[in-house]
Design a protein around this ligand. Structure first.
Ligand code: NDP
Length: 322
């Protein structure tokens, strides 16, 4: 039978943003409920080595980090729910979310931490070689390609920034783009073209990712979109940088989204236009997209949620007295 779960703080999403909001929220006595969603733990659960999350001298594993965050959130009083939210009502506090299970979750504040997903090409070899030479995050994995050959696929800001970033590690970076002009901002394009260690392959579509030794990526099979000619670009690493998709389907028509579908917040805060609804992590951030920045904005959401509730409680006492 469907149940209604009530809480002061309802959090949708269980990546670093959602769980950090939960840790702070629980410690502030808000007894949070976290509805985990389709990928409990978020994007880090599909990452292997993590070397840039502060506090760990040795390389740690993404799934392990998320288990620890969840355990910490539960330890301080968070309730984790195995459910996926299918609908939300955000007319005002309390906010209601209905899960796939039929259960209803009701929160005096709502924290949206549904994250984003890197877009993938969907070509043969991509999934099989993910983590074995194929990646969607140069900041996360670029370090492993010190002194090696790398390619970046895409033609937008992300691709150009990733190519430039990778020159910190590699002296042989190739940008592969399906057209003959880039979408990236001019200043980034200028930097790219001026860089001595980056070359661009134009009009090339990725056909598949290749592993000659059956262990890791050795090359990318390309098709020239003008001539149809096929070739293989030999490489140690391939970074797919064709954009990200924020998980905001649920909020269309209910919250303001930008042109790329990210939730719009008051600059420098996790506040949405609806009082009591906060957004944190990759669902509102298309620039930084790091676990540590997501955790930071999760913390900010909890602190702002606490202030919102204190205000709500104060107003309630005033109404009773009046
Ligand atoms: P974009 O959507 O801007 O660019 C995606 C790129 O990938 C395009 O060049 C596109 O090609 C290419 N692409 C898409 N699908 C495929 C495919 N199936 N095969 C091959 N190539 C493909 O995404 P970004 O992540 O670059 O940027 C997203 C938003 O974030 C933008 O608004 C951007 O400006 C912003 N951003 C801002 C940054 C900053 O200000 N520093 C940094 C990063 C992002 P085509 O051009 O042919 O369509």
């Amino acid at each position: 039978m469907a149940t209604t779960h009530k809480t002061r703080m309802l959090i949708i999403g269980s990546g670093p943003a959602g769980l950090s909001a939960a840790i702070y929220g629980a410690r502030a006595g808000m007894q949070p409920i976290v509805v985990q969603g389709l990928q409990p733990g978020g994007q880090l659960t599909i990452t292997t080595d993590v070397e840039n999350y502060p506090g760990f001298r040795d390389v740690i594993q993404g799934p392990w980090l998320m288990q620890e965050m969840q355990a910490q959130a539960e330890h301080v009083g968070t309730r984790m729910m195995w459910d996926t939210i299918l609908d939300v009502t955000m007319d005002g506090s309390p906010f209601r979310a209905t899960g796939d299970s039929g259960d209803v979750y009701e929160g005096d504040v709502l924290v949206i931490a549904t994250g984003a997903q890197a877009k993938w090409l969907g070509v043969p070899g991509e999934q099989e070689l993910s983590g074995k030479g194929v990646s969607a995050c140069a900041t996360c994995d670029g370090f492993f390609y010190r002194g090696k050959k790398v390619v970046v696929i895409g033609g937008g800001n992300t691709a150009v920034e990733e190519a430039l970033y990778l020159t910190n590690h590699s002296t042989d970076v190739t940008l592969i783009h399906r057209r003959d002009s880039l979408r990236a901002e001019k200043i980034l394009q200028d930097r790219l073209h001026a860089h001595p260690n980056i070359k661009v392959l134009w009009n090339q579509k990725v056909d598949s990712f290749v592993s000659e030794d059956g262990k890791g990526l050795t090359g990318v099979k390309l098709i020239d979109t003008v001539t149809g000619e096929q070739s293989i670009a030999l490489t140690d690493g391939a970074f797919v940088a064709i954009g990200h998709a924020p998980a905001t389907e649920l909020f269309k028509g209910k919250l303001e989204l930008d042109d790329s579908g990210y939730i719009v917040v008051e600059p420098g805060t996790p506040k949405t236009a609806i009082p009591g609804v906060f957004a944190c992590g990759d669902v509102m951030d298309h620039t930084y997209r790091q676990a540590v920045t997501a955790a930071g904005t999760g913390c900010m959401a909890a602190l702002d949620a606490e202030r919102f509730l204190a205000d709500l409680d104060y107003k309630a006492t005033q109404t009773v007295e009046a």
